[in-house]
Design a binder for this molecule. Structure first.
Ligand SMILES: NC(=O)C1=CN([C@@H]2O[C@H](COP(=O)(O)OP(=O)(O)OC[C@H]3O[C@@H](n4cnc5c(N)ncnc54)[C@H](OP(=O)(O)O)[C@@H]3O)[C@@H](O)[C@H]2O)C=CC1
Ligand SMILES: CC(=O)N[C@@H](CCC(=O)OP(=O)(O)O)C(=O)O
Length: 306
């Protein structure tokens, strides 16, 4: 029998993108709920209990409720795309390239928490440097980012696109979470192995999909070549995460956050000042690709390979 997959929240932004990635796949059976029944708890509970893998594309509270629904179930495996379980005990963080054993941990896990889109970029840049001892524990890390507006789900998409709404947003680009308390800080701290939370300044641009995550660094006594080699070694042989060559980064005049839109890839750049004393590490990805739906399908495929 083919593995049965149920996407709870399949009619939302992340869910629809997962569904489109599954179209034409003959190796799995997709369990589906009609859009009008998307909040029907009894139907969802039945499908959640029937599925071999349930992919949750729901707000945090609804994800927590699903785990409660499944309390008596010992067979359904779960990939949660929400923030609810990313630092929770018993959950494996679904960033396969985090460290050598991560892909096999995901493969064997029952509960996988898909990373947030911004942390995917920030952790990808920071973690190898922390593991290599290049980024001191007391370094005051900052993360600056811009996301496509689909990152805010149906609500933000409607606010950006529908001029008739009273809460229509006309800005071309805006900063938000000005209180520096974004929900992604705990996972950045934990999986970035940072002793304290970074100063994280997210923003949204008037484009649907795409993302740039920047980590500016002054690293005393560490060369640009060492930083680049550390990242390049860490991601060597990974098809999805790549590191731009020093020549490619040096030749870049601009970086467009939509460059990898509609792909599941992530590319890392190391930009440096001419004297090599100031660096800007940049991750380029699609918030709905490697930042959400693409990563969920990557994790599902790892789990199916168990
Ligand atoms: N968009 C992105 O780029 C990313 C999103 N995520 C995460 O993925 C999850 C889904 O986000 P996203 O797809 O953007 O959100 P959307 O708002 O676009 O979609 C959420 C879907 O869940 C449904 N839903 C909401 N509450 C319930 C409930 N109680 N029971 C059943 N269904 C419910 C919604 O239905 P209705 O239409 O009725 O509201 C909607 O179909 C979130 O946790 C988000 O944080 C993670 C990384 C990136
Ligand atoms: C542009 C925008 O609003 N982005 C969302 C994060 C998208 C994401 O990664 O979502 P989860 O962590 O909830 O899974 C935000 O800042 O809340």
């Amino acid at each position: 029998m083919k593995p049965r997959i149920f996407i709870d929240g399949e009619h939302g932004t992340t869910g629809l993108q997962i569904r489109s990635r599954m179209e034409g796949r003959a190796d799995v059976e997709l369990l589906s709920i009609p859009e009008a029944e998307r909040r029907n708890a009894a139907m969802r509970e039945d499908l959640l209990n029937t599925a071999d893998i349930a992919i949750l594309c729901l707000p945090d509270d609804a994800s927590r409720e699903v785990i409660a629904f499944l309390s008596g179930n010992t067979t359904t495996r779960v990939i949660d795309t929400s923030t609810a379980h990313r630092t929770a005990p018993g959950w494996v963080y679904g960033f396969a390239e985090l460290e050598k054993e991560q892909a096999s941990k995901i493969r064997d896990a029952r509960f996988v928490a898909n990373p947030g889109c911004y942390p995917t970029g920030a952790i990808a840049l920071l973690r190898p440097l922390r593991d290599a001892g290049l980024l001191p524990g007391d370094y005051p890390v900052s993360v600056n980012a811009v996301s496509g507006y689909t990152g805010g789900g149906k609500q933000l998409i409607a606010q950006m696109e529908d001029a008739a709404r009273p809460d229509h947003i006309t800005s071309e680009h805006f900063l938000y979470r000005l209180d520096l308390a974004h929900k992604h800080l705990p996972e950045m701290k934990l999986y970035g192995r940072l002793p304290r939370e970074p100063i994280f300044a997210p923003s949204v641009g008037r484009f649907a999909q795409g993302m740039l995550v920047q980590v500016p660094l002054h690293l005393e006594g560490v060369s640009v070549e060492t930083v680049h080699a550390t990242l390049a070694d860490h991601y060597a042989g990974q098809g999805i995460v790549t590191v731009a060559s020093p020549a490619e980064s040096a030749a870049a005049k601009r970086l467009d956050p939509t460059e990898l839109a509609n792909t599941d890839l992530m590319k890392l750049h190391v930009f440096a000042s001419p004297d090599g004393t100031r660096l800007n590490l940049v991750a380029l990805l699609d918030n709905l690709g490697k930042g959400a739906s693409g990563a969920a399908v990557q994790n599902m495929d790892l789990m199916l390979s168990a």
